[in-house]
Design a binder for this molecule. Structure first.
Ligand SMILES: NC(=O)c1ccc[n+]([C@@H]2O[C@H](COP(=O)([O-])OP(=O)(O)OC[C@H]3O[C@@H](n4cnc5c(N)ncnc54)[C@H](OP(=O)(O)O)[C@@H]3O)[C@@H](O)[C@H]2O)c1
Length: 330
């Protein structure tokens, strides 16, 4: 079959051929891949730089046992693998499913792959596979954060930090869908921010104007690094009541893998910093949340900018920076 083949972790995958997949364990199925998104996670897992990476750099998104991803390669050795951490597939009974893969060696960037059916959710037959493949991963970022890490009190106000990317745009819509009282979109690009009002943001602010948004209850932080510290400082300083709880959910790190957080900030206001991702949200909780998110995507409640690309173009497009989520179609 045709597939994207990652020969080395430091070079884009090439379009080539791969042996047909075989199901070997209970709950496994060989499925046809209909569409699979190219997410930050996909690249990070492929290159062994994701925080779930284990041993030789193989990573295991959402797995109960990260070490299970080890493929027997010696330390530093890379075996060719097929990237792709999730996707929309058709099972042997003709059902369309969204799946998060358990094993990063044979991914979804292929004509066929093997899934653990327990890590999948059946989608309506008329779902657009490209839109679903584009939305489910960036949609999970805020969905899991708001459902599992910072459940919303009625009327709570949510600020999305880094709202202009795929996950941020979906976070604005997810926050609205899950009953947020007020949604504030924050980012560095004024033009892109303006468009977020049409997606449900009550307020849209550049990063230097956050002092006007001090009284929020939850921050979904896609940035980290110096911009997150500056934002936390501005919001806490501007808070009317510093004893009002603020949950800061660390979701992405587009602006820095580390942040120099002044100790006094954590003492000066009632703020809790938590993370949301594979590990902090256990696999069973992720799987439990997928049906509702998938239903929202299928209903068209969540708008996403998707760009279908033939899988044959994987090498040319792998490193492309684009506003649209690239979705490979085998
Ligand atoms: N934990 C989870 O469950 C989960 C799930 C999905 C994604 N994520 C993570 O969330 C993050 C965002 O993903 P995405 O899909 O939204 O990516 P994306 O579509 O590429 O968007 C990136 C966003 O980051 C902003 N940005 C980048 N560098 C910045 C900087 N130095 N200062 C300020 N803003 C900056 C961009 O702003 P501009 O628009 O101005 O360029 C844009 O808003 C990634 O780290 C991803 O791994 C986490």
């Amino acid at each position: 079959m045709h597939a994207a083949i990652l020969d080395r972790p430091d070079a884009p995958p090439r379009y080539g051929t791969h042996p047909e997949p075989v199901a070997t364990a209970d709950h496994e199925l060989v499925v046809d891949v209909l569409a699979a998104g190219l997410h930050h996670l996909t690249r990070a897992v492929a290159t062994g730089t994701h925080y779930t990476a284990a041993h030789d750099g193989a990573a295991h998104p959402g797995a109960a046992h990260p070490g299970a991803a080890h493929d027997g390669a010696a330390a530093g050795e890379h075996r060719p693998r097929v990237p792709g951490v999730d996707g929309v597939v058709r099972d042997p009974d003709g059902r369309v499913r969204y799946v998060v893969l358990d094993d990063p060696r044979l991914g979804t960037f292929a004509e066929r792959t093997v899934i653990d059916v327990r890590r999948s959710v059946v989608l309506p037959d008329d779902v657009d596979p490209v839109l679903a493949a584009a939305a489910m991963n960036p949609g999970q970022a805020s969905w899991l954060a708001l459902r599992r890490r910072a459940p919303l009190a009625p009327g709570a106000a949510v600020l999305v930090l880094g709202a202009t990317g795929s996950s941020g745009r979906l976070a604005v819509q997810v926050a609205r869908l899950l009953g947020t009282g007020r949604v504030v979109a924050a980012g560095r690009d004024e033009r892109r921010l303006a468009a977020l009002r049409d997606l449900g943001a009550d307020d849209a602010r550049t990063l230097d104007r956050l002092d006007g948004a001090g009284d929020v209850d939850v921050v979904l932080d896609f940035l980290w690094g110096a911009p997150a510290v500056a934002a936390l400082t501005a919001l806490l300083t501007a808070r009317t009541d510093r004893a009002r709880p603020l949950t800061w959910v660390q979701v992405g790190s587009m602006a820095g893998a580390t942040a120099e957080l002044p100790a006094a900030l954590l003492r000066a206001a009632r703020v809790e910093v938590v993370g949301s991702g594979f590990g902090s949200v256990p696999p069973r909780d992720i799987v439990a949340e997928l049906p509702e998110l998938a239903a929202a995507v299928a209903r068209g409640d969540l708008q996403v900018q998707a760009r279908p690309v033939p899988l044959a173009d994987v090498e040319r497009t792998w490193s492309e920076r684009t506003d649209d989520r690239i979705v490979y179609v085998p």
